[in-house]
Design a protein around this ligand. Structure first.
Ligand SMILES: [Zn+2]
Length: 383
């Protein structure tokens, strides 16, 4: 015993949780060689049923595919069973997911009903994705200035005054804020877009240059609506047990990320309330943090040879995020509106008493352009 103590190197106390560092340079180079090899599965046994759990390096929120118990590796040798572990039920099957997308693509001003018949679904992938749902309320107070103008007098004495009025206010909002429990939000398309205020609908205008509207931001939806306790049997019977994805981000980090994102979201909202904002202060109160498995369908489809992605809710028949091509009807309408307004003005001026001939000519040119564009688009390609 004593001898062992003597041989231990001084100044290197054993720290629990820190793996031993190889001492010789030979061992180090070996280590490096090993780390360049592809990441291999690791194993752990389930705290509840004892089944072997295999996982990849970096994953630390692991759901047992046999009994559904979720364990969190909170550092070396520190395994925590997660209690607030739930899921949203899978009410949408693969065919429902496809029809939800097709219906969505045929509705609305910017999308095209006739064009949708050319849509080809290339792939549909069912996913059970882990999110930390941070149930919280945020209260924001802000101070700023608003520009005011006032016109006094008439004729030559007409004067416009401009001044800055101090304004301030307070608003609050409740959230069930979703934080994806994995490091890379790009691994499946669109999964980061479900956070409130994030752009979730992306129009493809092609070469059309009057890009007005057509995009959308995610609303502050209740992510715990329909929440049920995690049920591995339900996941198995929906054929999604193989699509269960383990988490990589711990509860603590998810909560910190959510606080930061909520503050950013509130600050953006405050910006619209004043012309110049001098300060914004948001307090976030977290009530609860739940690990929730959310069913989703990641879809790839093509229209006219161009590829697009979409994400369909697996709990409700709803498109959560999508890319889509803007239909030709929307383009014609926008084009004609943009040219139509100056055409009307030119017409009113040109055909009024003593109207200049130039205005009449301008009106005819604009109307001719509108007709030409509408005809070309109408007779030409589907989009
Ligand atoms: Zn188990």
């Amino acid at each position: 015993m004593q001898e062992e103590n003597v041989t231990q190197e001084p100044g290197v106390p054993e720290i629990p949780g820190v793996p031993e560092v190889p001492e010789t340079s030979e061992a180090q180079s070996e280590e490096q060689e090993e780390s360049t090899a592809p990441a291999h599965d690791r194993e752990l046994s389930c705290q509840n049923c004892g089944a072997p759990l295999s996982y990849m390096e970096g994953e630390n929120v692991i759901t047992c595919p046999y009994c559904g118990t979720t364990t969190m590796l909170a550092g070396y040798d520190n395994i925590v069973k997660i209690d607030g572990h739930s899921m949203l039920p899978m009410h949408v099957n693969e065919n429902d997911a496809i029809s939800t997308l097709i219906t969505w693509l045929s509705k609305g001003f910017f999308r095209s009903k006739s064009y949708v018949s050319t849509a080809k679904v290339a792939s549909v992938k069912g996913l059970m994705l882990p999110y930390w749902i941070v149930k919280s309320s945020a209260s924001t107070s802000w101070h700023g200035k608003k520009k005011r103008t006032k016109t006094t007098g008439t004729g030559d004495k007409k004067r416009t005054q401009t001044w800055w009025e101090p304004v301030s206010g307070r608003f609050s909002e409740d959230f069930t804020w979703p934080e994806y429990a994995r490091e890379n939000p790009e691994e499946f398309w669109g999964i980061g877009n479900i956070q409130p205020g994030k752009k979730s609908v992306f129009p493809d205008w092609g070469k059309f240059w009057l890009k007005f509207g057509g995009s959308k931001q995610s609303s502050n939806r209740n992510m715990l609506d329909g929440q049920i306790p995690f049920d591995i049997e339900a996941v198995k019977s929906a054929g999604m047990a193989d699509d269960l994805v383990n988490g990589q981000i711990t509860q603590e980090r998810a909560e910190a990320n959510a606080r930061g994102n909520i503050k950013e979201h509130q600050a953006k909202k405050a910006e619209s309330k004043a012309d110049v904002l001098s300060d914004v202060d948001t307090t976030v109160n977290v009530n609860k943090v739940d690990l929730v498995y959310v069913p989703m369908w990641e879809m790839k489809y093509s229209m006219d040879g161009k590829e697009y992605s979409a994400l369909v809710d697996g709990a409700k028949k709803e498109v959560l995020s999508a890319e889509y091509p803007v239909g030709k009807k929307a383009k014609i309408t926008i084009f004609d509106t943009v040219l139509g307004i100056p055409a009307i003005i030119a017409g009113v001026v040109g055909f009024g008493a003593n109207g200049p001939a130039g205005a009449k000519i301008a009106m005819f040119i604009l109307v001719a352009l509108m007709l030409a564009y509408s005809l070309k688009k109408g007779l030409g390609s589907r989009n």
